[in-house]
Design a protein around this ligand. Structure first.
Ligand SMILES: Cc1cc2nc3c(=O)[nH]c(=O)nc-3n(C[C@H](O)[C@H](O)[C@H](O)COP(=O)(O)O)c2cc1C
Length: 181
């Protein structure tokens, strides 16, 4: 089975996961912006990776027509975020965010969750401001009303939090290999 990995990565963690997956599957990997360079007919499996920013994704607008155009192809989406991906509630929330962006076509995509990096020293001005506003807002809330993991977000504010883990790609790689049998 021939696989193509297309990713978007602002600070490198999604790209790192894409590289590891590429090595394991002997696939091709490229930035999603270069999708036009590839003839999707040549591939059996398309793996798309993107990080979540404030519950939002950039790729669905281009991914939806791709899935619609190639109903016979297999699609995997791996989403990267800083949330604890072992936590079922977090997964459901992130899956919901993605499903909202993708619409009913989400049913045709197998979704995996990977944990990334949040390095305040590397963030753009816009993202630094977003995080500052978020933490300021959370700090004002009574403790009983705080959303999940808010305390960790507040205590780690301004630092580097790194959860990137090569082993985390294992379920995705296993699934990709199984469907190619
Ligand atoms: C402004 C901002 C908003 C974010 N929002 C979320 C979020 O809603 N959920 C989440 O799990 N991670 C969130 N993150 C964490 C990123 O998804 C994480 O840093 C990811 O590893 C970035 O991937 P990249 O390096 O490929 O761009 C956010 C990060 C920033 C800077």
């Amino acid at each position: 089975m021939k696989s193509l990995i297309l990713y978007r990565s602002l600070y490198g963690s999604t790209e790192q996961y894409a590289r590891w997956i590429r090595e394991e599957l002997s696939a091709q990997a490229d930035n999603f912006d270069n999708v036009g360079k590839y003839d999707i007919n040549d591939y059996d499996l398309i793996i798309v990776g993107e990080a979540v920013y404030a519950g939002q994704f950039m790729t669905p607008k281009q991914l939806i027509p791709l899935v619609e155009k190639f109903p016979g192809k297999k699609f995997i989406f791996f989403l990267v975020g800083i949330a604890d991906m072992e936590d079922q509630e977090n997964r459901e929330k992130l899956y919901g965010d993605l499903a909202k962006a993708m619409g009913p076509i989400i049913e045709k995509i197998k979704v995996f969750f990977l944990r990334g990096v949040l390095d305040y020293s590397k963030l753009s001005f816009k993202h630094k401001t977003m995080m500052w506003l978020l933490v300021k807002y959370l700090k004002r809330k009574p403790e009983k009303d705080l959303p999940k993991d808010a305390d960790k977000l507040i205590s780690s504010y301004g630092q580097k939090i790194n959860f990137i883990d090569k082993n985390a790609i294992e379920p995705l790689v296993r699934y990709a290999k199984e469907i190619s049998k």
